[in-house]
Design a protein around this ligand. Structure first.
Ligand code: SD4
Length: 312
């Protein structure tokens, strides 16, 4: 039996995002539309890690990464785009209106403007301004991330600074199966807070931050992008599903590939997490560390936040 439609999204911000995605899915809409509209909710809200209200890079610029994939294996993405409110929609336009997959920086912005996206202000949100000023005091880049995400208020500016002095993080990744049984996925982020100017993470890279194979399943990632890229994270998850692993097991196996190239000691200092869905509509997730959660919405599971299993 196939469970459908279903949508799943990373972190507690996934709850609000799922609501808009579900409006589309429950009316027989296409998974692609659901995963775009869903994450637009997060892009519009003020939070630490997604959209123009998020934390800037170390030079004070908010630069955004996003990617989207449909049921035909089409893909579109933007990286290091500035002053555009909905990078996910620009990613979709790249997919649908260009012969390319990925546009970056100024070119991505020019393309967005040519497609009718307004150029927004450069200024930081008051919340990000505060965080940035605070960060400038030490200017230390310590990407030990998202060990714990507390609270269920999906619109709150996430608690950025952890008690151990590290910076929190929460990209939104969303995967869905629609009533027709088709899969799509999306991913959108401001990347690592206070990253180097020009740094691009896993989120806009197909096969790293997001991968969809309509015959098999879909996966998205969150966490330390460099580690996801080096293991082609979400492609790895989908390949494990191709070989018969259920989603949670596939995520776990891909997490173990991240561990394998690090010492256990090192791996305990950062977070990587995956969520995946297969063609049966089964959702699973796995993380290196405790504290990762994801929201699932289906006819059976009424938009519930699920604590992911984890290694350490
Ligand atoms: C990145 N993977 O840019 C993103 C950040 C993230 O939860 O997911 N944080 O590396």
């Amino acid at each position: 039996k196939v469970i459908k439609p279903v949508v799943a999204a990373t972190w507690n911000t996934g709850i609000a995002a799922n609501i808009d995605a579900w409006k589309i899915l429950s009316n027989g809409g296409r998974a692609l539309d659901a995963v775009e509209k869903g994450v637009m909710v997060t892009e519009s809200s003020i939070n630490c890690c997604v959209g123009l209200g998020a934390n800037p890079d170390r030079d004070g610029y908010v630069t955004l990464d996003a990617s989207i994939m449909d049921e035909f294996g089409n893909a579109g993405a933007v990286a290091a785009i500035e002053r555009i409110k909905h990078p996910i929609s620009v990613a979709r336009k790249v997919m649908e209106n260009t012969p390319h997959v990925l546009l970056v920086g100024e070119g991505a912005q020019q393309f967005a403007v040519s497609q009718g996206f307004p150029l927004e202000s450069k200024s930081l949100s008051p919340e990000a301004e505060l965080e940035y000023k605070e960060w400038l005091k030490t200017s230390q880049y310590k990407p030990k991330i998202n060990i714990e995400q507390t609270g269920t208020n999906p619109t709150a500016f996430a608690p950025l600074k952890l008690s151990n002095g590290d910076w929190n993080h929460d990209t939104i990744g969303m995967i869905a199966i629609d009533a027709a049984g088709n899969l799509s996925g999306s991913c959108t982020t401001s990347g690592m807070a206070f990253k180097m100017r020009g740094r691009v993470g896993d989120s806009p890279l197909i096969g790293s931050g997001l991968f969809v194979d309509n015959e098999i399943g879909a996966a998205v990632s969150t966490g330390l992008g460099e580690e996801v890229i080096k293991t082609a994270g979400t492609h790895t998850v989908v390949e494990y599903m191709r070989h018969g692993y259920p989603p949670e097991e596939a995520c776990k196996a891909a997490i173990q590939r991240v561990i394998k190239r690090n010492s256990i000691e090192k791996a305990k200092t950062f977070q990587v997490a995956y969520i995946a869905i297969n063609k049966q509509g089964i959702v699973g997730g796995y993380a290196i560390q405790k504290g990762f959660n994801y929201a699932v919405y289906s006819n059976e599971i009424n938009n519930k936040l699920i604590d992911s299993k984890y290694l350490y």
